[in-house]
Design a protein around this ligand. Structure first.
Ligand code: TXA
Ligand code: MG
Length: 325
């Protein structure tokens, strides 16, 4: 349940279209050391058995991902998460408020074999999350253990938010590919470290700073905490074309990601004509890809207000543009 008691993170009825056979085939592939393309409510993931170093190595190879960047362990429920990680009272409060949903908790590892060294990049902490998408939860429940699943893009590229985009990126590496429809959130999960001191926001996401602070009080600033957030490379989420952020208008030859009222035209992709941040987040990565396909000289992006979900959108845009956030 989401914090307001609704199923707002979950795609409506998406499970209906999936036969039990698909879910069991995915669980079997994971047990056999294979990779599975898995929908979540945030973005598509490329999953493997977290306890199997060979399977995890195949993920790093498929994505071309640097091995110092640790992965998120996805589990079916809070009980499984608590067996893997040491979740203190604050972590439990966040889990209760936002799971299943787009929140990842980084906590001390309790069962180091359940999420192998390679998956944790050798750290003594582990990232855990219970996704909200019913199809991924069904696969996790059928599998039983933890599934590490980075976003299914090749390293450095925008995360895939539709089955087709995911399949185009890494589908050829997957033993089973599950279509769960377009991702409702469209941005990766919020990552919060709950270690010593106040909880620390490592990656802004769909669960906003204000929502987190309503549960655990003021967060510590993550700036300069590179050791605890090893995956935050400068150039990330990047399409092929250069990205120019905070653009008032496109220059000749540029594609334009508008926000709010803007005249339609060639090369214009409006993230949200009504200026709605939730809609803009859901459209961001698929529009970056669509803009890229028209081969512009650059992709100009309108200013996005830095409040609520805008913090996560601007974080991704700064990285797509090559600036450290
Ligand atoms: O929404 C999501 O989180 C998606 C879907 C598929 O669940 N997954 C995702 O995974 O975005 P990935 O691998 O692209 O991003 C994982 C992030 C990275 O920034 C990584 O550095 C951080 O989580 N992370 C993982 N383990 C960590 C740890 N022990 N300490 C600090 N950061 C960690
Ligand atoms: Mg990623």
């Amino acid at each position: 349940m989401g914090v307001d008691g609704s199923d707002r993170w979950q795609g409506e009825g998406q499970l209906r279209h999936h036969r039990q056979e698909d879910i069991e085939a995915a669980a079997r592939a994971l047990r056999a050391g294979g990779l599975v393309l898995l929908p979540t409510e945030t973005v598509y993931g490329l999953g493997a058995d977290a306890a199997d170093p060979t399977a995890v190595a195949a993920i790093f190879a498929a994505k071309g991902r640097p091995r110092f960047n640790p992965l998120i362990a996805h589990v079916a429920d809070l009980e499984t998460a608590a067996r893997i990680a040491v979740l203190d009272a604050r972590a439990l409060a966040l889990a209760e408020a936002f799971w299943p949903g787009p929140l990842t908790l980084v906590a001390p590892v309790r069962d180091a074999a359940a999420v192998c060294d390679l998956a944790r990049a050798g750290l003594d902490t582990v990232a855990v999350r219970v996704p909200g998408h019913p199809l991924s939860r069904a696969v996790l429940a059928a599998f039983g253990g933890a599934v590490v699943a980075p976003s299914a893009n090749r390293s450095g590229r925008p995360s895939p938010t539709t089955f087709q985009d995911a399949f185009d990126e890494t589908g050829d590496k997957a033993a089973v590919a599950l279509d769960g429809g377009p991702c409702a959130v469209g941005l990766e999960s919020t990552v919060v470290a709950v270690l010593d001191g106040p909880p620390r926001l490592l990656r802004p996401g769909a669960v906003t700073r204000a929502q987190l602070e309503a549960v655990v009080g003021p967060l510590a600033e993550a700036a300069g905490d590179a050791k605890r957030s090893p995956g935050r490379l400068a150039l990330h989420y990047a399409p092929d074309a250069p990205v120019r952020i905070n653009a008032a208008a496109p220059a000749a030859g540029e594609a334009f990601l508008a926000f709010g009222p803007w005249p339609d035209g060639e090369g214009v992709f409006n993230l949200s004509p009504s200026g709605d941040l939730t809609e803009a987040a859901a459209n961001l990565f698929s529009f970056l890809r669509a803009a890229d396909r028209i081969r512009p000289t650059a992709i100009a992006v309108a200013p996005i207000p830095d409040e609520g979900l805008g913090e996560a959108i601007n974080d991704r845009l700064r990285r797509a543009a090559g600036f450290v956030g």
